[in-house]
Every structure is written in structure tokens, then in C-alpha cells.
Design a protein around this ligand. Structure first.
Ligand code: PEP
Length: 256
């Protein structure tokens, strides 16, 4: 699959369960002192924050060009789904994007590919950019099952997305064995898996495969970001732990 150098790099910081509103406000103030002006930035930047900090972060980052993402949403606009939030609720807080199918949600909270096949088009229809996470466990990789797992996750997650909207989804390839472990994929491993993900999109639409951004996630740090991001099919990074420090996160944005 040819790689298209016109794809704009995308770096997203996933705060996970971190960030009171006070912490979030201080973080944003610091981050904006570290990032270049929007017009001089070579990458799209997003922060993925807890629901309770979204309004604070959207206010603090207004006009900065840094996108604000939630970390999950329900596919329905409203209904008997206690504890859930919907796309219209996120839009009301000026949220731009939403992480869907993070491995922690899949493993700890029972998120399924079936639900994701509804969440991804629901986010798009509402005007939110979905960041769809996929990735294999260490035992799946060791058993030679990586491609089967990625095929299932990508095909089902994108099943009800029209071909002409596929490139509006950002896909994050996050090998589960690399998340929060300090065990980063090698640049070759990241390239191999991400070019496979791109080829899966290509099975639906060649134009979408050329345009869709596929990120790597899993123990990205300032000192390993550049060589991973230099791979031809790697369009950016989803950063967990290292994004909690504005200096580290800004350095990773710089590497992109
Ligand atoms: C993540 O949470 O998506 C992630 C990649 O975490 P970490 O960078 O800490 O491995």
C-alpha cells in the first residue's frame, strides 16, 4: 500500500483517569506555552480528557487549534443507559473528537466490536471525529493471530461507515502489550501492523486508505517518538502516560 506524505500528522494525548478541573486548567495553560502557534504547527494535536474536565479544557484551549476529545460515548443520543453520555452532550461542550474502543474499555469495561460498529458512525454523524483503537494482546501476537484480530476489529468497527467517510476516522493501532508497559513496539513492528490496517481500509476504498490517518500507541515517549513516527505509514501517536507531562507531550508533538 503506497504511503501518502500529504497526510497531516496527528498526536493525541490520552489522560485516561487523570485530571481534576483544576489540574486540567493548569495543564492547558502550560501546554499552550510549549506548542508553536497553530499556523506554525506541523501536526494536529488533541487531548483526550475525562468527561468532567471537557468543558474546562474546551474553554482553556478555545482558539488554540488543539482539539478536545472525550474517551468514550454511547451510540444512542439518549435513553435508558445509566452512566453513559452521548454525542449531542459532548458537542454541547465543544468537544471535537472521541476515543472509541480503547483497549482498557474493551478489557475492563466490556466494550465490544458490535457496539463500536454503532458508535463510530454515530460519532461521525454527529460531527465528532472518532479515534478508533485496535490492537492485539501479547499472546495473540505470539500465536500469529495479530492480523486476524486487527482484521476483525477494523472491519467491524468500520462496517457501517460509508466509504466516503472512512478517511474521517482516525485509527490508533495500539498493541495491548505496549500500553503502559514501557515495552514499545519496534519501528518495524509498528510499520508492519499499521500498513496492514491501512490495507484493510484499502479493501473498502483505495482513496480512503491513502487518506486515513493511522496512529501508533503504546509507551511512546519523547526519546522513542521520532523513529516510530518516521515510518512511512505511521501518521502520528496516541500517547498515554507521557502525555500527562506537558513538556513530554509537547516534545512528542515536536517529533511529529
Ligand atoms: C494509551 O493509553 O492509549 C497509551 C498508549 O498509553 P501509554 O502511552 O501509557 O502506553
Amino acid at each position: 500500500m503506497p504511503s501518502d506524505t500529504a497526510r497531516r500528522p496527528y498526536v493525541a494525548g490520552n489522560w485516561k483517569l487523570w485530571g481534576t478541573r483544576a489540574q486540567a486548567a493548569a495543564y492547558c495553560e502550560r501546554l499552550l506555552t510549549l506548542l508553536p502557534e497553530p499556523a506554525r504547527r506541523d501536526a494536529d494535536v488533541a487531548v483526550c480528557v475525562p468527561f468532567t474536565a471537557l468543558e474546562t479544557v474546551a474553554g482553556a484551549l478555545a482558539g488554540s487549534g488543539v482539539a478536545v476529545a472525550a474517551q468514550n460515548m454511547h451510540q444512542a443520543d439518549n435513553g435508558a443507559f445509566t452512566g453513559e453520555v452521548s454525542a449531542p452532550m459532548l458537542l454541547e461542550l465543544d468537544v471535537d473528537a472521541v476515543v472509541l474502543g480503547h483497549s482498557e474499555r474493551r478489557q475492563l469495561f466490556g466494550e465490544t466490536d458490535r457496539a463500536l460498529s454503532e458508535k463510530v458512525p454515530a460519532a461521525l454523524a454527529a460531527g465528532l471525529q472518532p479515534i478508533l483503537c485496535v490492537g492485539e494482546t501479547e499472546s495473540e501476537r505470539d500465536a500469529g493471530d495479530m492480523q486476524r484480530k486487527l482484521r476483525h476489529q477494523v472491519q467491524e468497527g468500520l462496517e457501517d461507515v460509508a466509504d466516503d467517510r472512512l478517511a474521517d476516522v482516525v485509527i490508533a493501532y495500539e498493541p495491548i502489550w505496549a500500553i503502559g508497559t514501557g515495552k514499545v513496539a519496534t519501528p518495524d513492528q509498528a510499520q508492519e501492523a499499521i500498513s496492514f490496517v491501512r490495507a484493510l481500509v484499502g479493501d473498502r476504498s483505495t482513496a480512503a486508505a491513502d487518506a486515513v490517518r493511522v496512529l501508533y500507541g503504546g509507551s511512546v515517549k519523547p526519546d522513542n517518538a521520532a523513529e516510530i513516527l518516521a515510518q512511512p505509514d505511521v501518521d502520528g501517536a496516541l500517547v498515554g502516560g507521557a502525555s500527562l507531562d506537558p513538556e513530554s507531550f509537547a516534545a512528542i508533538v515536536g517529533a511529529a
